[in-house]
Design a binder for this molecule. Structure first.
Ligand code: ADP
Ligand code: MG
Length: 288
């Protein structure tokens, strides 16, 4: 498939002061960020933080209450059709037609996205190859495993060669081994095709392994932003956990040696994770 890295370092998407109200409830309270060509951005936060709402606004599935969304500098609300050519979407719930084959599901997408007929077969073959699903081309989707379905939804979203792919909690409910094969596929999309990615997750490890940059979202607000390593460095690279009678006390240090100095028999030293960053900022855990 074609490498679409021509927009490397250009701002693909600019999000300014997004507010979303559902009735009186503010699901988003002023979310701003930018994504450049080829970026891999993670939106990490607990359930209810506003991740899906953000993605729905950015892909035109729901309306914003306040703020602005710009693709290549153009206002999304003024040019929705034009912007949608740049957008690929993998929703949290896969919306494949289970009674159709892999091929038929992909074919439907090529029609919906106006891909010219002479190009359709070639694109579908490439997509199946990219997902490692070539030999399952003519099988009904209902015979597929969870992992195969996710792979199919991902390559379907890429058929019209979007410049940015939105993935909403793409590995929820999958076992760890299948999660890893999906990670490989998603990284391949970013690295081989140069597609910018915005991935939401509440899995710490997923954000740390995949994302070049992470936005931590809590209650509709971005509370931290940066490469995972920088965010962790900011609080100290190592945690000393002291096991007290009914709680664990945590202290942060820049080096393992310094952390170990404070350690007697009832403690442990480990590397900081993004969960610690979240805990330090909010006093809560991402995954409870
Ligand atoms: N259609 C809706 N109507 C009312 N409230 C909603 C609706 N969708 C989401 N919310 C609320 O908005 C907040 C953010 O939800 P969501 O974006 O789905 O979070 P996340 O994807 O991070 O779990 C939550 O408090 C949720 O209950
Ligand atoms: Mg969600």
């Amino acid at each position: 498939m074609k490498n679409s890295a021509g927009d490397k370092d250009r701002t693909v998407l600019s999000v300014e002061g997004l507010v979303k109200k559902y009735g009186k409830k503010k699901a988003l309270q002023g979310v701003s960020f930018k994504i450049a060509g080829g970026d891999f951005l993670g939106l990490l936060g607990p359930n209810g933080a506003g991740k899906t709402t953000t993605i729905k606004i950015l892909t035109g599935l729901t309306k914003l209450t306040e703020g602005g969304v710009y693709y290549y500098g153009k206002d999304f609300s003024g040019h929705p059709r034009e912007a949608k050519r740049f957008i690929g979407m993998v929703p949290q719930q896969s919306n494949l037609d289970r009674d159709l084959t892999a091929f038929q599901n992909l074919y439907l997408h090529t029609i919906l996205h106006g891909i010219p007929k002479p190009l359709r077969m070639e694109k579908i073959d490439e997509a199946l190859e990219f997902a490692g699903l070539k030999e399952y081309r003519d099988r009904q989707v209902k015979t597929f495993s969870g992992g195969m379905r996710r792979r199919l939804v991902i390559v379907r979203a890429l058929l019209h060669e979007p410049r940015i792919l939105f993935l909403d909690e793409p590995t929820v409910g999958l076992d760890p081994q299948i999660r890893r094969t999906l990670w490989e596929l998603i990284l391949k999309v970013n690295q081989v095709k140069g597609t910018a990615i915005l991935l939401t997750t509440h899995y710490i490890e997923e954000a740390e392994k995949l994302c070049g940059r992470v936005l931590i979202i809590n209650r509709g607000r971005i509370i931290a932003e940066g490469p995972p390593d920088d965010l962790k460095k900011d609080i100290g690279r190592y945690v000393l956990e002291i096991f007290l009678e009914n709680r664990i006390e945590e202290h942060f240090f820049p080096t393992r040696e310094e952390a170990l100095e404070g350690c007697d028999h009832s403690c442990k030293v480990r590397e900081v994770t993004l969960e610690d960053v979240f805990l330090k900022l909010t006093g809560r855990r991402i995954n409870v």
